[in-house]
Design a protein around this ligand. Structure first.
Ligand SMILES: Cc1ncc(COP(=O)(O)O)c(C=O)c1O
Length: 412
């Protein structure tokens, strides 16, 4: 863990000054997503390398990483088995016009591990997969409207900012309150017979209430719509078979990406044969569809996850972290809550005094970063398989210091 003094972030800041001139993501006020905003000046901006549960920034500071590239890392950074599988593909040529053998192997693996998956369509990004799911649902049902929940990507139908999006694209999309079946029912009843699919993350920060996901699936089917689970974050994290396995629910279509290939860019739409058949009637395409390197990464990742042992370890460490955080929070008497499923924990400061809450929040995340613990201040965290009990101890030492700093700042 990094020491107590302020971090040397000079190289990160020098790179940022250069980037502002040329990098569109930095050149404008704000960030791509509002919640990606970190505590200004406290966080490293550029990384040099990563291994296991740790990353090193360009100034040489080491961090225990609980952001994990927004959940794409499940085994640990630079997992040697995955790296070797990718290198083999690279040496053999991974973009050779023809489909590669590994495409069949990956599809077979996905249909074995994912409950009810009969057919697989491999894509590159999460937005590819969710948008493909919407298109297939529309063809399958002959309807247009969508009910969605959570973050589902950046394409027109689900963009979270209005800029550049035709209003018609989102006029056919509704949402509802999570864990509230009445609110979902009302969304269906506003447009009877018009909804092609209910597409939703199984959960984000709050876990699903007992029966909620099965109830949502049932409502969708009652209204003649497909039930689509967006498992970009929960997939290959809450169970080898994802939320369907974990929460005993069945979806018509499911989308995966992120942890599926331990960081390599690939996504998958899987589902019932009868629904996937609509692939023949829609336009879904991408130049890089048949590239083998990321498919090899996915096979190497899923093969390690499928017996469940790594995910059990991840869950146990997440539980330890959450229990430790809850204890520390109570000891400091700071208004706050430990949230999330253990594999994706989060902490929320809840002081009703907004200024005091902001000071506690910024002080906590500044202090934990300074002590070599990389936590996202505005987005749930992730735990990976390379993390150890000693890492949890170190994380809790850093959060203890973070709470001390938060308490001082809240009262300051
Ligand atoms: C639940 C969920 N769905 C869809 C997406 C979109 O994936 P991508 O950014 O790869 O397009 C994300 C990305 O964070 C996600 O978390």
């Amino acid at each position: 863990m990094t020491g107590e003094g302020p971090l040397d972030l000079s190289e990160s800041q020098a790179l940022r000054r250069r980037a502002v001139a040329v990098d569109a993501t930095l050149a404008y006020e704000g960030y791509v997503l509002a919640r990606d905003r970190l505590v200004d000046g406290a966080y490293p901006l550029y990384g040099e390398r990563a291994s296991g549960a740790h990353i090193w920034d360009v100034d040489g500071n080491r961090y225990l990483d609980l952001i994990l590239a927004y959940g794409t890392i499940i085994l640990g950074h630079a997992d040697p088995v995955v790296s070797e599988a990718v290198l083999r593909e690279i040496r053999d040529g991974f973009a050779i016009t023809l489909r590669k053998r590994v495409q069949v192997e990956l599809a077979e693996l996905l249909t074995t591990v994912i409950p009810h998956a009969e057919k697989v369509f491999l894509l590159k990004t999460g937005s590819d997969a969710t948008s493909a799911a919407v298109r297939l649902s529309r063809v399958h049902t002959g309807r247009t409207r969508v009910i969605r929940w959570g973050y589902n990507g950046w394409h027109d139908w689900c963009a979270t900012r209005p800029g550049g999006v035709p209003t018609e694209a989102q006029a056919v999309v509704d949402s509802f309150d999570y864990n509230d079946l009445d609110s979902l029912r009302a969304a269906f009843e506003r447009h009877p017979g018009e909804v092609a699919c209910l597409l939703m993350m199984p959960f984000e920060v709050d876990p699903p209430a007992p029966g909620f996901l099965a109830g949502a699936a049932e409502l969708a089917h009652e209204h003649g719509a497909l039930f689509v689970l967006d498992e970009m974050r929960s997939g290959f994290r809450v169970a080898p078979g994802g939320a369907q396995e974990r929460y005993d629910v069945r979806a018509d279509l499911v989308t995966f990406s992120k942890a599926m290939a331990n960081g390599y860019p690939i996504s998958a739409l899987v589902g019932r044969e009868e629904v996937m058949r609509a692939v023949g009637e829609v336009h879904i395409s991408s130049t890089f569809h048949v590239n083998g390197a990321e498919m090899a990464a996915a096979v190497a990742t899923i093969s390690q996850l499928r017996d469940g042992a790594i995910l059990t370890h991840v869950e146990r460490l997440g539980e330890r972290l959450q229990a430790g955080l809850a204890k520390q929070l109570a000891e400091h008497g700071l208004p706050g809550r430990v949230l999330g499923v253990p594999q994706m924990p989060f902490l929320r400061f809840t002081d009703p005094d907004e200024a005091a809450r902001g000071r506690a929040h910024d002080a906590f995340y500044t202090e934990t970063t300074r002590r070599g613990l990389l936590l996202h201040p505005n987005h749930h965290w992730y735990v990976c398989g390379a993390m150890t009990d000693e890492d949890v101890d170190a994380a809790l030492e850093a959060t203890a210091a973070g709470f001390r700093a938060a308490e001082a700042a809240a009262h300051g």
